[in-house]
Design a protein around this ligand. Structure first.
Ligand SMILES: [Zn+2]
Ligand SMILES: [Zn+2]
Length: 143
């Protein structure tokens, strides 16, 4: 039986977002469909697997959150790259900071949307409030 696995506690994280393995529908990676070049997930890398489930228990959503987490990590690295560059000016630095802020806000909204989809017992009013909060933070997302 196939398993979806990840290296972060409690769900997919930036290691899944930024590795070359194809993402399962939940945002984790499929143990039977790993990229051999991946430095994180193949058994031979001897890395700790901290989360997972059988494919038949997959919630079927989570890729958009995983991608948002990965985008935040890349934007964070980009800020450091600009800060370390001798050619970058204040405008470049502000652009990198704005991109990082946008990535953080998108990730925050995706976390709220993911929480709302995952929750089993919310009242309709609570679901509406969660969606409204996510859309206030990140109005461009359509999910
Ligand atoms: Zn991987
Ligand atoms: Zn899954």
């Amino acid at each position: 039986m196939s398993h979806h696995i990840g290296r972060s506690w409690g769900g997919p994280g930036h290691l899944e977002a930024l590795c070359p393995c194809p993402l399962a529908p939940c945002g984790l990676v499929d143990r039977d469909n790993l990229d051999p070049e991946c430095q994180q997930h193949p058994v031979g890398r001897m890395k700790t697997i901290r989360t997972g489930h059988a494919a038949e228990d997959c919630p079927g959503f989570g890729v958009s959150l995983t991608e948002a987490i990965g985008d935040t990590e890349l934007a964070r690295i980009a800020v450091l790259d600009v800060a370390a560059s001798e050619d970058a000016d204040h405008g470049d630095f502000l652009d990198a900071l704005d991109a990082f802020r946008a990535a953080v806000e998108h990730e925050a909204a995706e976390r709220i949307r993911h929480w709302e989809r995952e929750a089993q017992t919310l009242l309709p009013l609570e679901r509406g409030a969660a969606r409204g909060a996510a859309n206030l933070i990140d109005p461009e997302a359509t999910e």
